[in-house]
Write a protein of this length. Sequence first.
Length: 228
Amino acid sequence: MAKQPSGTGQEEAGPEPTVRLGTLTEEPAGGGAAAPYEPAAGRQPLVGARRFWAGRRVPSALTAAVILAVAALFLYDVSAVRADRDAMSWRKRLADELATRHLDDVWVIVGAAVAAVLGLWLIVLALTPGERGLLPMARHGQDGVRAGLDRRAAELVLRDRAMEVAGIRWVRVTVRRRKIDARGSSHFRDLDDVRRDLTAALDDAVRQLGLARPPQVRVHVQRAEKKG
């Protein structure tokens, strides 16, 4: 009589059935409608930003090239004189002119005025930021990303927003660093109503641009000429 082998105490388990887990969702408090997006509570407030500084590459390159050329020419002439050669004729003439001409001479005054203007121009370039075509945008906190908006792009955005105002036939928007001039014409509606709506639309558009220093909006609306 054959004896069946005894089991090990563990039965071979078959393949476990696959269970599909549900997706965890959060129902908005107001019901089935989607809740509007709200920024994080810890988001840093908007802070101002300084203007962007221009590289001044062209004036710097021109100044450096002129100084380098003049210095190299004088160095070559001085080296030639040290090597027992004659100095260049232009340097001899320049030395004679500087030694014989008085300070009230016309050419001396003109040369001094030109040098003073060029020096003043370089000082102004060094002390002013430039980049007038780039408007700085506000950023979140001191560590926020610095961004700028091109002035032409801002003009196009404001012009498109102004054309949405009822009664506006054409409008021209000029964006400057401190103010925005909007000049347009209206072919129907009262001019005061059009001016008020246009001012409100541009103020809202400027606020949405997120500039660090929002310019002041000035609106001028006139009646469009009727074609005969």
